[in-house]
Design a protein around this ligand. Structure first.
Ligand SMILES: Nc1ncnc2c1ncn2[C@@H]1O[C@H](COP(=O)(O)OP(=O)(O)OP(=O)(O)O)[C@@H](O)[C@H]1O
Length: 283
């Protein structure tokens, strides 16, 4: 079983954002979407979640086109975690998380639904906040509520749009570890958009670099990461090393003599190239 994204193109008005994207995420695998601001990571995730309509291309889970599913059936397959929760409504944390169970129950949640909610609250360290209004949470606590809601949904495809952007270091690590564990142990095809290359290398089974609307390179982080690629994608010179068995990226920085700011060293840009051996996932 896999999520198959084939020849996907997406435009906002006349502006093409994604152009012929091919990606496959097998069940049990965690794919990290990487790329600079505005490269289309959120757009790709929202298109799979059917929030954004593609211009062309296909999206399938286990051979089933996602656009043939009713909203309720789609919610049984795909869970989407947006970058931020709307904190203006006055649900408690527990009530917000049980919303994730809606596709699974009829008139009201049953015991099994509440058990799933309790488990998700526990997994995201939210037990003590369960009765607090979401409107009173910090940004990071609210982000954890969104992840808990998606876990309670028990999806087969889990889409996480920068789920760690508001989190402190401990919860960044915990959330990514959890995403990896959920993928591996529950056989969920999981996609996470993420900016931290080192966290992506540590937790993701595969990564895909988006740039200029295309997948520039994809595959296992240890095979894909390279100084040329990072320079082409981000315009930043880097050194690479291996720590604890995982590839690490170290930006080359030097202090600016006038401002004392630290500026990244951008090596001269070349036209982005996709090395064939790197485009394993983007086939
Ligand atoms: N609703 C919209 N209408 C028009 N343009 C949009 C819309 N949403 C996003 N865009 C544009 O599409 C491009 C891709 O945006 P997207 O949010 O997918 O990028 P991203 O890679 O997730 O960026 P970031 O790393 O900053 O979150 C950007 O140029 C953005 O301005």
């Amino acid at each position: 079983m896999s999520l198959e994204i084939r020849d996907l193109s997406v435009a906002y008005g006349r502006r093409t954002i994604l152009d012929g994207v091919d990606l496959v995420v097998e069940r049990g695998r965690l794919l990290g979407l990487l790329g600079p601001n505005g490269s289309g990571k959120s757009t790709l995730i929202k298109t799979v979640a059917r929030i954004v309509k593609p211009r062309s291309g296909t999206l399938e889970w286990d051979g089933l086109p996602l656009d043939r599913l009713s909203r309720r059936d789609l919610a049984r397959v795909v869970a989407y975690v947006p970058q931020a929760i709307d904190q203006s409504f006055s649900l408690s944390v527990r009530e917000a998380v049980v919303l994730g169970r809606t596709p699974h129950f009829g008139a009201r949640p049953r015991r099994r639904d509440w058990a799933k909610v309790d488990l998700a609250l526990e997994q995201l360290g939210l037990v003590e906040l369960a009765d607090r209004p979401v409107s009173e949470l910090s940004g990071g606590q609210a982000q954890r509520v969104l992840v808990a809601r998606a876990l309670a949904q028990e999806p087969q495809v889990l889409l996480l749009d920068e789920p760690t952007s508001a989190l402190d270091l401990r919860y960044q690590l915990q959330t990514l570890h959890l995403a990896h564990t959920i993928a591996a142990e529950q056989g969920v095809a999981t996609v996470v958009s993420i900016h931290d290359l080192n966290h992506a290398a540590r937790f993701c089974d595969e990564v895909a670099f988006l740039s200029g609307g295309r997948v520039l390179a994809a595959g296992e982080p240890g095979e894909v990461y390279g100084a040329d690629l990072v320079r082409d994608v981000y315009g930043v010179g880097v050194d690479l090393s291996v720590y604890d068995g995982f590839t690490e990226v170290h930006p080359q920085v030097k202090p600016d003599r006038t401002t004392r700011a630290v500026v990244p060293q951008a090596a001269p840009q070349t036209a982005p190239q996709v090395a064939p051996e790197l485009a394993k996932v983007a086939s």
